[in-house]
Design a protein around this ligand. Structure first.
Ligand SMILES: C[S@@+](CC[C@H](N)C(=O)[O-])C[C@H]1O[C@@H](n2cnc3c(N)ncnc32)[C@H](O)[C@@H]1O
Length: 253
């Protein structure tokens, strides 16, 4: 699957708000080493460096397109290409941070404990993942993909949400941590322009479909846009509200 940094950055400000909120929750914490997992274009890395300018910062991602964009950010960071499914740091980190990336990985029952094991004692795992997989922005993709026209090509591409209920992360991580906080926030993004919800998901959730369909993706997207227009009707001023719930996890080893 390929990422499109410019499409992702169309909603740069909205996509970075959870990073700002998660950093704001990290009070009285002074990490010397920070790893940004799924750093993408380096948006979250930039906010981390702004907050802790003297910490050694490493951004990890498997997408060459996203890492190329990150490396042009001018940040004093080390960029590492790796698959988070088997990533291991050279040394434990004080802060393992991840904004909007861990939901791309399966098997959270193993992933989260493994990430905790890569922290220094007293170190923190701070993660944000979308928690809106039952919303039309997502279910309509699966609905269209399951129709005879697309089923054969997209059957393998549409994966069930790996994000477990909030309570499961508490159960899983409480025995491994000295302090844990989990919460959700629903952002009500006011989007403008044509087909704003499809433009939004086109930067992330829709990428596997776009990559799998190639030149045929436009036909899929047109159908998706039609159904989105019913699910998210425009307001009188032509803007569209996209409610988006996200889950936050702060876990201290
Ligand atoms: C939605 S972007 C988030 C980027 C950034 N953290 C931000 O806040 O803007 C998700 C990123 O996770 C990366 N990613 C997804 N699965 C991954 C994996 N298995 N290994 C490494 N990176 C992964 C993608 O390449 C993408 O850059």
């Amino acid at each position: 699957m390929t990422w499109d940094p410019s499409q992702y950055l169309r909603y740069d400000n909205e996509r970075s708000q959870p990073t700002r909120d998660l950093i704001a929750a990290l009070t009285n914490f002074h990490p010397r080493t920070i790893v940004d997992l799924g750093c993408g274009t380096g948006n979250s890395s930039a906010l981390l460096q702004q907050r802790w300018p003297t910490a050694a910062l490493t951004g990890v991602d498997h997408s060459p397109e996203m890492l190329e964009q990150a490396s042009m950010s001018g940040l004093a960071a080390t960029w590492q290409q790796a698959d988070l499914a088997n990533w291991q740091p050279d040394e434990p980190a004080d802060l393992i941070f991840s904004n909007a990336a861990l939901h791309w990985l399966d098997d959270h029952e193993r992933l989260f404990p493994r990430l905790i094991s890569h922290l220094t004692w007293g170190g923190i795992l701070a993660a944000q993942m979308p928690n809106n997989f039952t919303q039309p922005s997502h279910t309509l993709i699966a609905e269209i993909a399951s129709e005879p026209r697309w089923k054969q090509r997209l059957g393998e591409v549409i994966r069930p949400s790996p994000v477990a209920p909030v309570e499961r992360y508490l159960e899983l991580l409480e025995p491994l941590t000295t302090d844990i906080r989990v919460w959700t926030t629903t952002y009500f993004h006011v989007l403008r322009g044509e087909h704003p919800v499809a433009e939004w998901t086109g930067g992330a959730t829709l990428r596997p479909v776009i990559s799998a369909l190639g030149d045929d993706a436009d036909n899929f997207i047109n159908e998706y846009r039609n159904r989105l227009a019913v699910a998210y009707p425009p307001r009188p001023d032509a803007s569209t509200v996209l409610p988006f719930t996200r889950m936050f996890i702060l876990a201290r080893r």
